[in-house]
Design a protein around this ligand. Structure first.
Ligand SMILES: [Zn+2]
Ligand SMILES: [Zn+2]
Length: 277
């Protein structure tokens, strides 16, 4: 089985292991391709993203490791760009300036008139608080804002990989809505159709599952099946933040994609290619 993972963090952002520790673990676990994807710098104080002051070091260090370990693994330099309307920089422009190998883009912070709703992280309380304060507790309005922002990201940024596109459900846990409600399904299908239209790769992200924050992948099984029906390209990510997470659930996810009707999975080797499952 060819192993790869293009969505990984390190101590340059909110990860716990250094770039080199991540690399050594990827080699040990038999990955052929591995991409560094720090959370891109964002124009406000934070403790999760790459800082502007460390940006050049990050780019230099990833490329130093690429050369150092070139006989053992093929490394790539990328970022997971946060798409926040009006706040984000021009992502395609930045990616070109930094000479990145590919682009991942995701929504973690949903824009509202009153502030940014953080839908990720380990704390359900901050999800609930944001929902109350920024959307008056109106879950439909909040979830629609998340998918509108995701759709805008898909059409404007056209990232190579769309990150965990249904993560808005992580802290919901069936409390505010059920994922088979028509209004929710319609929003998801619209986003899936857009990814197809733009010919982007949708990641199937194992992080929520192995961290015990979710009982399914992002996106959940029913959407992975819808992706297969529409022939949307998919890749496998562990979204690792620690060295031992670099291939977490890779083989399970491979089988899962097959069981959901996918015939191939996409990987990057200087260009994106499919491989049969
Ligand atoms: Zn993310
Ligand atoms: Zn990530």
């Amino acid at each position: 089985m060819l192993k790869f993972n293009y969505h990984n963090h390190s101590t340059y952002c909110d990860g716990k292991s250094s770039l080199e520790e991540m690399t050594l673990s990827a080699i040990e676990k038999g990955l052929s391709y591995y991409g560094f994807s720090a959370h891109s710098p964002v124009p406000f104080d934070n403790d999760f993203a790459l800082q502007y002051s460390e940006l050049q070091n990050y780019l230099d260090q990833t490329r130093r490791l690429k050369t150092k370990y070139q006989d053992k693994i093929k490394l790539f330099t990328s970022m997971e760009f946060d798409y926040i309307p009006k706040l984000s920089e021009d992502i395609r422009e930045r990616a070109e300036e930094y000479n990145l190998d590919y682009i991942i883009s995701s929504v973690h912070l949903v824009n509202s008139e009153n502030g940014l709703w953080f839908i990720d992280g380990s704390k359900q309380e901050s999800y609930d608080k944001g929902l109350r304060e920024y959307f008056g507790g109106d879950i439909r309005k909040a979830v629609k804002a998340f998918y509108d922002q995701t759709n805008e990201m898909i059409t404007k940024v056209k990232p190579n990989i769309v990150g965990h596109f249904d993560k808005v459900k992580m802290h919901n846990k069936d409390r505010y809505f059920k994922e088979d409600e028509t209004w929710y399904r319609d929003l998801v299908i619209q986003t899936i159709d857009l990814m197809k239209e733009e010919d982007l790769i949708c990641e199937v992200n194992a992080r929520g599952l192995y961290k015990g924050r979710s009982n399914d992948y992002f996106p959940q099984t029913s959407w992975v099946k819808e992706l297969a029906k529409r022939n949307v390209k998919v890749t496998i990510s562990s979204d690792s933040h620690k060295a031992d997470e670099v291939d977490m659930l890779f083989a399970d996810c491979w089988d899962h994609l097959k069981a959901c009707g996918h015939k191939e999975v996409w990987y990057f080797d200087d260009q994106w290619k499919p491989i049969s499952l």
